[in-house]
Design a protein around this ligand. Structure first.
Ligand code: RTP
Ligand code: MG
Length: 146
């Protein structure tokens, strides 16, 4: 149920997990069990330029090229998740960026599904502003979302 305090975040199920429908179902079930409402969902296929644009803040980092290649390697799932504290709670549920750290956080989605620090299976917006921008980018029809 939507409440006055509900917040929204943009979640991505990255291509390594999105390629497997059973894993995507597992993620959806987990998302709902943790109290998030899935407000919108779509499948997206990027080319390299789309990936470079989205991750431009990481241009020049040693992992930038493989990150962009990964994100353009196949379809992925974008979702708007709604819940109180959605931004921080989703990032907590996915777990740390680095896979070794994620594995140490029992129950984290990256701990269960990441295959490397780059192919780490999930994205979550990191602030209210980035959530608003990213929701607008993937779901322009949801322009009032924040
Ligand atoms: P995201 O933006 O995808 O939600 O992930 P994040 O905030 O946890 O991580 P960030 O530092 O923003 O990095 C963006 C994505 O780049 C890849 N990465 N690979 N050492 C590495 O190989 C490395 N570090 C980062 C990951 O796919 C990460 O999610
Ligand atoms: Mg980030």
């Amino acid at each position: 149920m939507t409440t006055m305090t509900a917040a929204r975040t943009l979640a991505l199920i990255k291509p390594s997990v999105a390629a497997n429908p059973h894993l995507v179902d597992t993620v959806r079930a987990r998302v709902r069990a943790e109290g998030f409402a899935v407000k919108a969902e779509r499948v997206v296929q990027w080319n390299l330029d789309d990936a470079r644009r989205f991750y431009r803040q990481h241009e020049g980092r040693f992992f930038y090229k493989r990150l962009c290649g990964y994100m353009a390697s196949g379809p992925f799932v974008a979702m708007i998740l709604e819940k109180e504290n959605a931004i921080s709670d989703w990032r907590k549920l996915i777990g740390p960026t680095r896979s070794i750290a994620a594995r140490l956080e029992s129950g984290s989605l990256r701990g269960d599904m990441a295959v490397s620090d780059t192919r780490n299976a999930f994205h979550g917006s990191d602030s209210v502003n980035s959530a608003r921008e990213e929701i607008e980018m993937f779901f322009p029809e949801e322009s009032t979302a924040g």
